[in-house]
Ligand binder design. Structure first.
Ligand SMILES: Cc1ncc(C[n+]2csc(CCOP(=O)(O)OP(=O)(O)O)c2C)c(N)n1
Length: 375
């Protein structure tokens, strides 16, 4: 049985690589270890490609190709280290903020952006990718994650579940319900709070009086940890330990990753109305890619040519994404009525018939106009 002390997070966020790229530790008193060189290189490559994808997605909103895009720029280490730590048979419950993690998981970027384009609720095959649709109603995904984790364990699987959530959403009732259920039923879930310090314009100080969000775990009997969320090496090491706990029957873990949202909440938000430029600049100096790159260069594990090659790969991927997103898609308006209920209700069928008749009338009208024009 863990003691209450075991459930508390470390008093300082776990960190291996400082913002300047210096190594601060190779091991941590709780047993986390600096990942091997290959893993660090994969983290660096994943973040460079992930950030290029994110930048492209933001540009697509300006071109009218996406309805909205909540950027994860600045949260790159959380996105990439967590997604890379998963196995294919693990389940993932993302939020609207986590498109970069979905691409890192290997999901086709066009399928990832389908929701934000305003088409389908999920462009990818949820069952095949074992990845839930990106969740917009705050914290509801935690309840789904707890249930899925519990089901996996009952089936005797050693697969685990990752559920992301923002700092603001920890004030929701579903945060409480998800964590409590997971703890009581020993569900193999890693709950990851990406604490980017804002919920749109609301700062963390208006969200909680807890010393840090990771301290919320002890109330549920869940072991917790806080991590420097801009240090990909630390996030990877702590995620490995949490996933190992989940796989081996140790139940859920709550992780708080301290990070920052560099862009506005979405392209529809103006962040200058509620935060100072100096605050943003302070976080530029803690950039997750720059710090890992500096460390890898200083160790001779990476050279400038290799860095350039990864950036070139990112450019190619973005060009392909632009090309595919610029293709106009023909939509069937009747798709609106699909997947609403397993058995459509009489009202839904009635509404569908009305739309179907309207579409037929519009087509007949168009045909008539075309015939008139050719007379
Ligand atoms: C249940 C619910 N209430 C309110 C909203 C509106 N809303 C969308 S994003 C957001 C802020 C969430 O902030 P946070 O959880 O910190 O995540 P972040 O956007 O910073 O990643 C709010 C209030 C919502 N989507 N769902």
């Amino acid at each position: 049985m863990p003691t209450p002390q075991d459930l508390l997070p470390s008093s300082e966020p776990v960190q291996f690589i400082a913002p300047g790229g210096e190594l601060t530790a190779q091991t941590h008193p709780r047993g986390y270890r600096l990942p091997e060189a290959d893993r660090l290189l994969a983290l660096h490559r994943g973040m460079v490609l992930g950030r290029r994808f994110d930048k492209q997605a933001t540009a697509l909103t300006k071109q009218g190709r996406l309805a909205v895009y909540p950027s994860s720029h600045g949260q790159d280490a959380c996105q990439v280290a967590c997604a890379q730590a998963l196995r294919e048979d693990d389940w993932f419950f993302p939020t609207y903020r986590d498109s970069m993690a979905l691409v890192t998981r290997g999901i086709d970027p066009v399928e990832v952006l389908t929701l934000l384009k305003g088409d389908w609720h999920a462009g990818y095959d949820v069952a095949a990718t074992r990845t839930a649709p990106q969740c917009t109603p705050l914290a509801t995904q935690l309840v789904h994650a707890a249930g899925t984790g519990s089901a996996l364990a009952r089936k005797g699987s050693d697969a685990a579940v990752l559920a992301f959530i923002g700092d603001g959403a920890t004030s929701e009732g579903d945060f409480h319900e998800g964590l409590n259920f997971a703890a009581v039923f020993n569900a193999p879930v890693v709950f990851v709070v990406q604490n980017n310090t804002y919920a749109i314009s609301v700062p963390l100080s208006k969200q909680t009086k807890a010393p840090s969000l990771a301290y919320k775990g002890i109330g549920y009997g869940i072991p917790s940890e806080q991590v420097d969320g801009n240090d990909a090496a630390a996030v990877a090491a702590v995620m490995d330990a949490a996933l190992e706990r989940a796989r081996s029957g140790g139940g859920p873990t709550l992780l708080e990753l301290h990070t920052y949202r560099m862009d506005a909440h979405t392209n529809a938000d103006d962040a200058t109305r509620y935060r100072e430029d100096s605050e943003v600049e302070g976080w530029v100096a803690k950039d997750p890619i720059v710090r890992l790159e500096r460390y890898l260069l200083s160790q001779g594990l990476l050279d400038e040519a290799a860095v350039e090659a990864i950036h070139a790969e990112g450019e190619e991927q973005s060009a392909r994404l632009r090309e595919r997103m610029n293709a106009d898609v023909q939509h069937d308006p009747l798709e609106l009525f699909e997947h609403v209920f397993a058995e459509p209700t009489p009202q839904l069928l009635e509404q569908r018939a009305v739309v179907e008749a309207e579409l037929a009338a519009a087509r007949a009208d168009q045909d008539h106009t075309a015939q008139e024009a050719t007379r």
